[in-house]
Design a protein around this ligand. Structure first.
Ligand code: ADP
Ligand code: MG
Length: 629
């Protein structure tokens, strides 16, 4: 075995940069504006600490497109560079940075975290330009420098006649990149990456309307003036202190972030931490429906006010990716590669910090204004339920404020609910039974039956609730969930008195046989039960376990449990042997009449469970008209 150092010749650098270094060519502008911003901020710092005895003024950064000359200019009024500095930062560092890049190259993909880390941001200009010029004058009293390079390793450096402080970068746009000379494309990039950068960025001019002079006539047009078109907001809300912001500031910022979003957010969470990592941001809870489809307005990730990505997977726990807003952290590298992120300790801490902040905010909303929290519950529950499912730490906190609404519009916490029903709703093993419905309309008759007995019925209708019930049953003692149609209500909940059947054992045997003969549909299992005579003669139920598994398969998770394929439809037909109609089955002499009676009753039960459809429904209606005629 031999080890050694690969000697990379400089000739290889430019083709490499162009091909592999950057996944996205468009980021060159972000990099150059970031450098211009850095140069300006450095100037500001040096003047504030008194190290530079020059006027800081009101510097801006200008982007200028020269379509005819095929040139793009990025001009700043920052600290500039002396000849020595150009040599050091532009000529030399890039090569050492390149060395680092190549060391890393083996295990990092195209979109790995290179720019900014290795002093190669500047060289991203060569992705779109065949020649790059730098004209720069330092704030120090030294002559201006003109550097140019046509993409080969040789560069030219000569004196320049620039009088003002700062740097101008000129890109001679390559033929395959002329899109970057188009106004609209540049605007698009500026608004994507630079919308909230801290130094004003000018792109073109715009017309501003001035107030009319005194004494002007009605019909006189208002005077106008050409002014710099500044495309960014250098002081976005998240960089300010929460104490300095009002509710309307948060709303306005939401509008700024998502101009196409017309619905107001429900509430926001201002993030602000500087130890053990640095992070600021504002998260918004939008109104969410039960539709779990990915939305397009996502949380945006910034690094020092530079847009990085709106793919925050790995930084924000998955259940919170449904929120909107901004996260800004200098501790998150500009170019975010997934594998890097997952391994990064700071990023992990960020994720759990955000989870904690969100839980605390929800808890305080719940505590301070429960009524309002209840009103918002329907719009936020999906995030909370998802969080409770996926993050144990969040579960522990949310368990105290997660709400369980009833079909009548009351809201309980889990503890309140348990307290309310623990003595009245128990099954034969003494477990507390939490009754619920998922659809008030479809399960109406079952809800009414359960209500008549004085039971609490929850309305749980989010698509992932099955998974959450499963989790609650596993983590709480002695409780189980049952949908109102999971079994006959008197079997779901233990009643004091047991009913005595009016039928003899022989009669029951005959009845069962006759029912099974008359009912040809094999998805029904006939069960005879002695119940109140005013309970329905037939009730169709669907065992909780099977139904829930089936639903959970549809929303992911819990799948695979039964191997492949859809699970079969399975229903129980509970027959109340104490109901007069059931006695009539037995007493009916002709077989044909008996069968008709049974099937008409079964259809009624199906109708009440929403199972009567299509041809069967048409025939049922036809038959019923015949009967009432
Ligand atoms: P990084 O920004 O990660 O340091 P770059 O390759 O983007 O790496 O830039 C290299 C260096 O060149 C910068 O650190 C800075 O010292 C210098 N530089 C680049 N652009 C400017 C500019 N507009 N004004 C002053 N210095 C600049
Ligand atoms: Mg840079």
């Amino acid at each position: 075995m031999a080890t050694g150092k690969i000697n990379v010749s400089v000739d290889n650098i430019f083709p490499l940069i162009k091909k592999f270094l950057y996944s996205d060519h468009e980021i060159f502008l972000r990099e150059l504006i970031s450098n211009a911003t850095d140069a300006t901020l450095k100037m500001k710092h040096l003047t504030t600490i008194g190290e530079a005895k020059v006027e800081y003024g009101n510097p801006i950064i200008e982007v200028k497109a020269d379509k005819e000359g095929k040139k793009l200019h990025i001009i700043d009024q920052g600290l500039g560079m002396t000849e020595e500095e150009v040599k050091k930062y532009i000529n030399e560092v890039a090569f050492s940075g390149a060395e680092e890049f190549l060391n890393k190259y083996e295990d990092t993909a195209k979109d790995s975290g290179i720019i900014g880390h290795f002093g190669l941001g500047f060289y991203s200009a060569f992705m779109v330009a065949h020649k790059v010029e730098i004209i720069t004058k330092s704030f120090k009293d030294e002559p201006a420098v003109h550097w140019s390079c046509d993409g080969s390793p040789e560069f030219i450096m000569e004196p320049a006649d620039k009088e003002t402080r700062g740097t101008e970068i000129i890109l001679h746009i390559a033929d395959d990149s002329t899109e970057f000379l188009e106004d609209n494309r540049i605007k698009e990039l500026l608004s994507k990456y630079n919308k909230f950068m801290p130094i004003p960025i000018k792109f073109g001019m715009k017309t501003e309307t001035l107030p009319k002079p005194e004494g002007a006539k009605e019909e006189d047009p208002a005077p106008t003036k050409e002014v710099d078109n500044i495309i960014n907001n250098p002081n976005p809300a998240w960089t300010k202190q929460p104490a300095d912001l009002e509710a309307k500031d948060y709303q306005e910022f939401y509008r700024e972030l998502y101009p196409m979003q017309f619905e107001e957010p429900l509430f926001n969470i201002h993030l602000n931490v500087d130890y053990p990592f640095n992070l600021t941001g504002i998260l918004y809870f939008p109104k969410l429906t039960n539709d779990l489809n990915v939305q397009k307005d996502k949380i945006q990730l910034y690094q020092n006010q530079v847009f990085v990505t709106d793919n925050v997977e790995g930084i924000v726990p998955e259940f919170l990716t449904m929120l909107r807003g901004v996260i800004d952290s200098p501790d998150i590298p500009l170019n975010v590669s997934r594998s890097y992120l997952q391994a990064d300790g700071a990023v992990k801490k960020i994720s759990s910090y955000i989870t904690r902040k969100v839980a605390d905010k929800l808890n305080s909303l719940f505590k301070n204004n429960r009524e309002d929290f209840e009103a918002k519950w329907n719009d936020i529950k999906i995030v909370i339920e998802y969080g409770m499912l996926s993050e144990d730490k969040f579960f522990d906190k949310a368990d105290k404020f997660a709400l369980y609404p009833t079909v009548d519009g009351s809201y309980f916490t889990f503890e309140e609910l348990q307290e309310k029903i623990k003595d009245t709703q128990t099954d034969k093993d003494g477990k507390t039974v939490i009754l619920y419905a998922s659809d008030k309309e479809a399960q109406h008759s079952y809800i009414e039956t359960a209500k008549a007995k004085g039971y609490e019925i929850l309305l749980l209708d989010s698509p992932i609730i099955g998974h959450l019930m499963q989790k609650l049953e596993g983590s709480k003692e002695n409780i189980s969930f049952a949908r109102v149609d999971a079994d006959h209500i008197d079997k779901l909940i233990q009643k004091e008195e047991t009913q005595i059947s009016k039928l003899s054992d022989d009669e029951k045997e005959t009845l069962k046989k006759e029912l099974e003969e008359a009912i040809t549909d094999k998805s029904f299992t006939v069960q005879l039960e002695a119940m109140d005579s005013d309970s329905s003669p037939f009730t169709i139920t669907e065992p909780e376990f099977m139904r829930r598994m089936k639903e959970m398969q549809q929303t992911g998770g819990g799948g695979g449990m039964f191997g492949m394929g859809a699970m079969p439809e399975m229903y129980n037909l509970i027959v109340n042997t104490n109901h007069p109609l059931v006695s009539e089955f037995l007493n009916t002499k002709t077989a044909k009449k008996k069968e008709r009676l049974i099937n008409q009753s079964l259809d009624l039960a199906k109708l009440s469970k929403g199972l009567l459809k299509g041809k069967a429904l048409t025939e049922f209606i036809k038959r019923s008209y015949e009967m009432v005629k």
